[in-house]
Ligand binder design. Sequence first.
Ligand SMILES: O=C(O)CCC(=O)C(=O)O
Ligand SMILES: [Fe+2]
Length: 284
Amino acid sequence: MSQSTLQAVDYLAPNAKELFVASLKETGFGVLKNHPVEQASVQSIYTNWQTWFNQADAEKEASLYNKGSQDGFFPARISETAKGFTQKDIKEYFHYYPWGQCPAELRAEVHDYYTKTSAFAAELLSWIEELSPADVATHYSEPLSSMIQDSEQILLRILHYPPLDGDEEAGAIRAAAHEDINLITILPAANEPGLQVQAKDGSWLDVPSDFGNLIINIGDMLQEASAGYFPSTSHRVINPQGADMSKSRISLPLFLHPRPDVVLSDKHTAKSYLTERLTELGVI
Ligand SMILES: O=C(O)CCC(=O)C(=O)O
Ligand SMILES: [Fe+2]
């Protein structure tokens, strides 16, 4: 992966679509600047949820996640173990769905973000569809943007990586290397660095995370639906060092999940694929 492939693409440039989709094809990641997702809204969500995560565990656990439906708070003691790893990630998070649990005072703001960013994701999916070669597009069972239309599975995850105190389990990191399960993920740059993506040669590259950038990555479901044309690349969040260990990190991925009935490939619907992956993660 050459350095240039992960440079931010100006959403307002005339060739934005081509540059962005070329980056996704090459690296599984694309970075946008001058995009319509409002930074003030992202900042406000970070601030308000930092306050929420600062509460005592017992208060947060009043919104403990529901095992079947997966909405609500996932404490650090339950947090995911990435596929192929034995240590849990050093993180806690909240899963927001419009039909699910949410602290009342925070609902309107995340819902507004969820709705607007899902609509923007549909535009990006139509870019991806338009620039898919004909032999790849023939695998799509319906337009990519319609796969998420009326989907109740689109997931907004508010993630909190707490400060590190040095007592962490040896080898545990904030988010171990993994691939996302869904079609695409939309991730505003977090308030602290640490996100890295794996290049084709196996090396790890920092994702340019200037505050205000929007990071988009391909997930396994789009890799499956495009018969491997768009790669779902491994990424991770590494631990801070030195003085930065005392800082929390907040991030806000929106995982674009199709409706469960969407046919991804000869082998899988979105539902069968998701069940297989969540079982591997040990969260259902
Ligand atoms: O926190 C981040 O920057 C990335 C999070 C992530 O990759 C995930 O939750 O799937
Ligand atoms: Fe991820």
